[in-house]
Design a protein around this ligand. Sequence first.
Ligand code: CDP
Length: 228
Amino acid sequence: MSKNIIIAIDGYSSSGKSSMARALAKRIGYRYIDSGAMYRAVTLHAMRNGMTSADGTVDAEAVTRVLPDIKIDFMVTPEGQHTMLNGEDVEKEIRQMAVSNFVSEIAAIPQVRHALVAMQQSFGSSKGIVMDGRDIGTTVFPDAEMKVFVNASAETRAQRRFAELIEKGTPASYEEVLANVVHRDHIDETREESPLRKADDAVVLDNSTMTIDEQNAWLLDLYNRCSQ
Ligand code: CDP
């Protein structure tokens, strides 16, 4: 019998961690939580309420003030999990480049992180969960039984994200996506509050040259070993 565990999958933007986390959760019957979607939902709320400016700045105090009014949840639909912001399905909108352009600035605000980390920890209170993000193995679940840190070159990641956006009919250019990936990597790695870094006990996966099937098989094999 395998035991119920917490699986933390962290890594750089567009490294494919969400797809592999989702596939593993489905395969083993665990709940999947996309923590990045939660930062994206807060970003959308801030944008809609005039807390972001065209010059790229964010009014951190205003965002902090409205945090208690923001409720984030996930709804299971036939096409997959959708992110809900105060009861509204915002799944498509939070994936737009306009949101990607501000999300790392919003995610660097300590009060935003404290509020979302608390929500994420409550999602994992009964284990049996796969969560992906930047700080899941370091801050949200430092005691997770399985930790993976995913990476691939910036160009590979930008190419994947560009293909994904085009497939979904979301307007973007490759150059814009690459610039955004590099920009977010930098902010995520250098912010003061829980920066992106590999947990000491995380297993590294560089999936630059792996197919989706290969990476899913690799992850399932690790799960089988960690859940013994
Ligand atoms: O899909 P992608 O990997 O590009 O990004 P995401 O997982 O949707 O996360 C969007 C942004 O939220 C990241 O670039 C980080 O700035 C932030 N984030 C974070 O700070 N901590 C997390 N646990 C998850 C996301």
